[in-house]
Design a protein around this ligand. Structure first.
Ligand code: BGC
Length: 794
């Protein structure tokens, strides 16, 4: 079918990174207008009647079909692609929300506005200022995803989502490009901070809770990056090779839980290939698994500039191509001409896009205020940051800080220059970050001011020497810790009541972390810990280490030198206040590790297979205009044995295990009751948890299952459920009940394309961590059960 030529008026200008800018001017110079005004009834027909698609009393499918019947092929092609990327162009009059990551195409004739898509997982990412506009547009930097998962509190995730979604709506955005939920396969993963956990149940439940919170505002959430995008190295070209069992049980499972528990408006497919095909071009992954098996109803969009074949993306069921480039337009036009792309396929994808557009605030002309409740959200961010802090070590009553402690000597660069969250699209433009010293001072502590000003001067000098950042995702080399003079240190130890040392790490898009000096400590950090500990211990004073990190790191070689270690991650803009809350005991820590802390990097099951090997000498370029590298592949040889599934099954001792975290009180797990000793359709277990310590606290209760071995090797135990108690006063108890269904008993048997629960004796371990099992009950499954069969081969 011949097509008219001007589909999408995009010209790619710079194209090195996702920050590149695409001008949305037409070939003849005109700009594609965005409708920014209220979408009131316009009487476009001039007959005083609403058109079918405008009539909200009609089923949405009919309204969508009515729109489709009015669109030309050109318009259809335009609408399956974003309008290009202009995030850096704050002055662009067509940018409704400067700094947003993308827009859909506006159908002006029908009064259908563009919808606005913006990052990201730790809060709304938009530009904080606009040229010629005295107002500011700051958003709240909430804690990173890994911290939120460390709360093991789905209500807390929903609350954070509600606050984030309110900012999305009040700043005129329709869809948040969050949450990120890839599995923590390896501690070097540069974007692990955006993601939740090494475990799919904790990831999936956390994501669903977040989506439900965001979407309670009538805006959309996008779970990403679907799927097997567990590294940044060569992210546009790497081919992930994974077994179907590993995909089903680990990498897809979290997405499956999130889709079924929250039906998000959107899913973002990933950059990588999976077993040979780009995920946005894989019909198996996007249509058979996602829609036919899981019944996903929303829209699928690409990651920015992902994949290499727009026609394959359309055919696979990747509905929306983001951000939209001239190359995509050419490919779609050629596909329509050659018959490789059918208009019906465009219509199918457009139905999904239009359903989302019709429920968006922009379509409804929502009068956004540009004034979200930032004060209330700062309060929520602080609560979450304290809830997700994990107390790793606490000896000699170091924490909470004793009443007598008042003067604090604070060491480490990041104590003064706190890292609120990671870099790249997951970063937020917040108004402020409360550092550790700010938080301590507000809490009434006296900071060693001489030491503080030494650090401040040192940091100012070192920062002046750093190279200038060229783009928002670039990470500057960390400032090496300054050596401490022995005499000054002895005086500081004599004068202060306690020492706090912060170690900081940052990471982000495009690169994974090195092992040396990032997973492990730098020489300067080792010296800092050794010097401060010996000076303070010589005076019988304690040393507390604070880990301001977005990812796990090596801890076993130095932990014996210090008295307490607190892992408050990157806690967002209120981090310093939240840490002070935990240090003082105002908040009793209740965070638990969502990912194992290994002793050595070599202990990590994927350490030999990360980040993969090059498979060709030929440099490939042109993926969305990016200058990229050489094709590579990464083999997920460890299969399902990711994280604690590996450490526990193969008896590898971690530094701190999955699910671990201390409290200022202790909990007793009373006897456990099981609904039946024989499994029928489900089984329930109940346990009573009692606070038998001296202060109020919350406990995370974890339910693990050990399945009998049939044909398949199984992990020693796998997380199947979890819950957090309410704040329990001393001697107070709470009963918690968990229910398991047949799919939760099953493993994926590739030879039968089925989830199979083997017959035999199952053990439910109820624990305070994956290795601290407090109660065990058993039940029997008398006969093998197939939970799901005839699933797509992957
Ligand atoms: C990231 C996505 C992000 C998108 C838009 C990409 O580089 O991988 O997570 O949503 O950019 O900013």
């Amino acid at each position: 079918m011949p097509l008219k030529t001007k589909y999408l008026p995009l010209t790619l200008t710079i194209c090195l990174t996702a920050a590149c800018s695409v001008d949305n001017a037409t070939e003849d110079g005109a700009r594609q207008p965005q409708i920014l005004t209220k979408n009131t009834f316009r009487d476009l027909n001039g007959n005083g009647k609403k058109d079918l698609y405008e009539d909200t009393s009609k089923p949405i499918e009919q309204r969508v079909d009515d729109i489709l019947s009015r669109l030309s092929l050109d318009q259809k092609v335009n609408l399956v692609m974003g309008t290009g990327m202009n995030t850096d162009d704050y002055t662009n009059p067509d940018s409704k929300v400067p700094g947003a990551a993308g827009y859909t195409y506006a159908l002006n004739e029908l009064g259908i506005a563009s919808i606005v898509l913006a990052d990201g997982p730790a809060g709304l990412r938009i530009s904080p200022s606009r040229k010629g506009d005295p107002n500011s547009y700051f958003a709240t930097a909430f804690p990173i995803g890994t911290l939120l998962a460390s709360t093991w509190d789905t209500d807390m995730l929903t609350t954070i989502g509600q606050s984030m979604g309110e900012e999305v709506k009040e700043y005129g955005v329709d869809i948040l490009l969050a949450p990120g939920m890839n599995i923590h396969r390896n501690p070097r993963g540069g974007r692990n901070f955006e993601y939740y956990s090494e475990d799919p149940v904790l990831s999936g439940k956390s994501a669903a809770a977040m989506v439900n919170g965001i979407e309670s505002n009538g805006v959309g959430a996008t779970i990403k990056h679907y799927v097997a995008n567990n590294q940044e190295t060569n992210r546009f070209l790497v081919d992930t090779i994974a077994s179907e069992r590993a995909l089903r049980e680990i990498y897809l499972r979290g997405f499956e839980i999130a889709v079924k528990d929250s039906q998000p408006w959107g899913i973002m497919s990933s950059y990588n290939k999976l077993n040979g095909s780009y995920t946005p071009q894989s019909e198996n992954i996007l249509t058979q698994v996602l829609r036919d098996e899981w019944d996903f109803q929303g829209l699928v969009m690409t990651d920015w500039f992902a994949g290499d074949d727009a026609v394959a993306q359309m055919n696979a069921g990747n509905d929306l191509i983001m951000p939209g480039t001239p190359k995509d337009t050419e490919q779609l036009a050629a596909g329509l001409e050659s018959g490789q792309l059918d208009e019906k396929t465009l219509d199918r994808n457009l139905q999904r896009i239009l359903k989302v557009i019709l429920q968006s605030p922009s379509y409804a002309g929502y009068p956004y205020s540009n004034k979200p409740d930032l004060n209330a959200h700062a309060h929520t961010a602080r609560q979450a940051a304290a809830e997700g802090a994990v107390l790793l070590k606490n000896t000699g009553g170091a924490l909470p800080l004793a009443k007598a402690v008042n003067k604090v000597a604070v060491f480490g660069n990041t104590s003064y220059d706190f890292i609120s969250g990671g870099a790249g699209s997951g970063d937020v433009n917040e108004a402020y970050t409360v550092s550790l010293v700010d938080g301590l001072q507000t809490a009434g502590y006296h900071i060693d001011s001489k030491l503080a000003s030494t650090y401040e001067q040192f940091l100012a000098t070192e920062k002046a020497r750093q190279p200038k950042k060229e783009n928002f995702f670039q990470l500057l080399p960390p400032i090496v810790e300054m050596p401490l003079a022995g005499e000054a240190l002895a005086t500081q130890a004599a004068e202060a009541d306690i020492a706090l040392i912060t170690l900081g790490r940052n990471s982000g898009e495009f690169q994974d972390r090195p092992v040396e000096g990032d997973f492990t400590l730098t020489a300067g950090e080792q010296r800092l810990i050794a010097d401060v500990s010996s000076a303070f211990h010589a005076q019988n004073k304690q040393v507390v280490v604070i880990l301001n990190v977005g990812n796990v790191l090596e801890i076993a070689s130095w932990r014996d030198q210090v008295d307490a270690i607190l892992l408050p991650w990157q806690g967002g803009q209120e981090a310093g206040n939240a840490i002070a809350d935990v240090l003082t005991g105002k908040v009793n820590p209740s965070g638990k590790l969502p990912t194992t802390m290994p002793v050595h990097y070599r202990d990590v099951p994927s350490s030999d297979n990360f980040p993969g090997v090059e498979t060709s000498d030929k440099t490939v370029s042109g993926i969305g205009g990016f200058a990229v590298g050489k094709p590579s592949r990464v083999d997920y040889e460890e299969g399902i044995f990711v994280g604690y599934r590996y450490y526990d099954t193969f008896n590898v001792e971690p530094a701190y295990e999955f699910g671990y975290g201390l409290s200022y009180t202790q909990f007793e797990y009373g006897s456990t009751t099981v609904s039946s000793t024989t499994f029928e359709d489900s089984i329930s277990v109940s346990v009573t948890v009692t606070n038998n310590g001296k202060v109020a606290g919350k406990e995370v209760v974890q339910v693990y299952l050990s399945a009998p071995e049939g044909q398949l090797k199984k992990p020693v135990r796998e997380l199947k459920g979890f819950a957090k108690t309410r704040l329990l006063a001393p001697a107070e108890s709470q009963q918690l009940t968990f229910t398991l269904k047949v799919k939760e008993l099953a493993s994926f048997d590739e030879s039968r394309s089925s989830w199979v629960a083997d017959k035999g004796i199952y053990k439910i371990d109820i624990g305070a961590s994956s290795r601290d099992i407090r109660q065990t009950v058993t039940f029997e499954l008398p006969d093998e059960r197939i939970a799901e069969s005839n699933l797509t081969d992957l």
